[in-house]
Write a protein that binds this ligand. Structure first.
Ligand code: THU
Length: 140
């Protein structure tokens, strides 16, 4: 456990305050750190058509990607659950696709912290390689 893990967790906790959790009441915040140390935040945003809800992790990731970022170091996820919550399966897949094997820090309002590696949370990940696609610099 390093100081930046806790600091990133605190940023995620602040981002959680903006969550729109109208239907579940479950507020989530995320803070994604780029390789250069810049931090992008996200919160979950729910829709009345439940399935259109976006998780905090993907909001943070898409904000960063749409800002031209492509290299990432860690993501912190903050909730008020008794056990700090790891990312859902959909977010694991998208993080694996776009952020690689980053550190995943989970934190709750009691300041309980855990640090994981994405490849431990998503072993044997499905990747672009399985599609047989040859990625060129241009298509990346
Ligand atoms: N949620 C996230 O934001 N991240 C996760 O990894 C798990 C679930 C959100 C989606 C929904 O708004 C609420 O938490 C309950 O599932």
């Amino acid at each position: 456990m390093r100081t930046f893990h806790r600091e990133l967790g605190r940023v995620a906790m602040r981002a959680r305050e903006y969550a729109v959790a109208t239907y579940s009441g479950f507020k989530v915040g995320a803070a994604l750190m780029t390789a250069s140390g810049k931090v992008y935040t996200g919160c979950n945003v729910e829709s009345s058509s439940y399935g259109l809800t976006l998780c905090a992790e993907r909001v943070a990731l898409f904000k960063a990607i749409s800002d031209g970022e492509r290299k990432f170091k860690a993501i912190a996820i903050a909730t008020d659950a008794a056990v700090p919550t790891p990312p859902c399966g959909a977010c694991r897949q998208v993080l694996s696709d776009l952020a690689g094997n980053i550190e995943v820090i989970t934190m709750n309002t009691e300041n309980t912290l855990a640090v994981h590696r994405l490849n431990k949370l998503l072993p044997h990940a499905f990747t672009a390689r399985h599609l047989g696609l040859r990625r060129t610099k241009k298509s990346r």
